[in-house]
Design a protein around this ligand. Sequence first.
Ligand code: ARG
Length: 579
Amino acid sequence: MPAPEIALTQRFQTAFAAAFGSEYADADPIIRPSQFADFQCNAAMGLAKRLGRKPRDIAAEIVEAVDLSDIAEDPEIAGPGFLNIRLRTDWVAAQAAELVDPAAALGVPAPERAETVVLDYSAPNVAKEMHVGHLRTTVVGDSIARTLEKLGHTVVRQNHIGDWGTPFGMLIEHLLEVGEDSAEADLLKTDPNAFYQAARATFDGGGDFAERARKRVATLQSGDAESLRIWTNLVELSKLYFHRIYDMLGVTLTDDHLAGESSYNDLLAAVCDDLEAAGIARISDGALCVFPEGFTGRDEQPLPLIIRKSDGGYGYATTDLAAIRHRVGTLGADRIGYVVGSAQGLHFQMVFTAAREAGWLPDEVQAEHVKIGSVLGEDGKILRTRSGSSLRLMALLEEAVGTARTVIDDLRPDLPEDERAQIAHDIGIGGVKYADLSTAHDSDYTFDLDRMLALTGNTAPYLQYAVARIRSISRKAAAQGITAAAAPRIENDAERALALQLLEFGPTLVSVGAEFEPHRLCAYLFSLAQAFTSFYEASPILKESDEEVRAGRLALAQLTERVLVEGLDALGVNAPQQM
Ligand code: ARG
């Protein structure tokens, strides 16, 4: 296991047990990267508290007891009892050499326990806008799914699209009015928001349309065949639109992952009946409600989660409760992640609590809302997708690719046209996705194409360029008959720093999967690329005359390429062959 933290943790825990007794064998040595050494062990302060002794004395005893001789130099005690650890360069080199072996999976460990993770993400609404917010839930969710799979977990993707409910009366009536084969109906495939708004305008416009729409909801929900046929048509047209966006983005969602609100229709009555029979739901003001423990509104009144409206209709919460039952009971979830806008935080907390009370979400199954912040426009307001304007989602992505095209035309006018087009796609889409991913998922950020596509800074193009650069070095090396050594060469400080970064890939990916935080992977890849730049300045490859040194450095560069490409792949960002 190449990760230094893991090796150090084991050695320190052995030392704790030897010095303070076996009950200390599990104490966390708190190994952290350090600016003063390679790592720090910050355990002395906590242990001192438990043992009722002075931290510096504890630190001295740890140093006495710990055996790091083959891994590191003797730790140095600093400040109140920090232990600074400098790893031995030959050990770092040996660990890096292990990483090269394909069986080492770049240091990504097999999971202690492989989990089935149900991941609910993207979830746009049929015949409505798919806005930049959905872009972000799609991109972040997809990256989490890819990461978990690389970590050896089973991911069950669930695209909980909004394909049911009151708007469908209006949408069906509108589709009938414009004609199912009309150009307006075709809008559903290209600009569904325009279709929705036209329907809305007719609805608000007076006449008997609103009344017809209301009646249509009832006939649809009672299972009327003709209404269901038109509804299916609406959903099918919308799916074409979603998949155009997904294809453009290169996300892993397919039709197989669709599990929209409507798929739970047959389960909703039982959800209500069972909760009522269990005494968890009760009628309040004509509606069937759950009052989950711990949620109060104004005047400390218990907050209701309405599961059946007074008119008998079911809502968003009912569907989500049915979905949890299905995900745990049928899909076998050990963990469920909901990659959804922050605004729905209260909804999910109430739904999770209600499901726990009902016994549908056992304690050992984690349910987490991966809160997604807003994408803002330059005016600092939430970026809205306006139909027909440049803020249409597809237009936005096309603009990103177009801008990337000018970047690559500038950079590599020598490349053939079709190759430049492919690279522009990778940079443009990669840039937009990376901007979503490199910001903490619950923070807002400003949509700024120029920044997203910049070749410097924490951006996709910067990382893509680092990969392309290494690939170009490899091509030139191959042309000169230079082959890489079996193991990377780790001698000077820059090589050491780069190797230490490479050894962090496994632990970083593990924490990204555990915490559902792709932005940590971005931060990691960014510092890895920076470490590569420093290495390449300090340790030239092709210009180096010593054959052995050259081959060892090339091996280090190629290992870096593999880690960068694998990390970008976990983010869903493609790395072009050249740039
Ligand atoms: N369709 C919803 C929206 O656009 C998101 C659904 C999220 N998933 C869920 N299980 N509620 O806001």
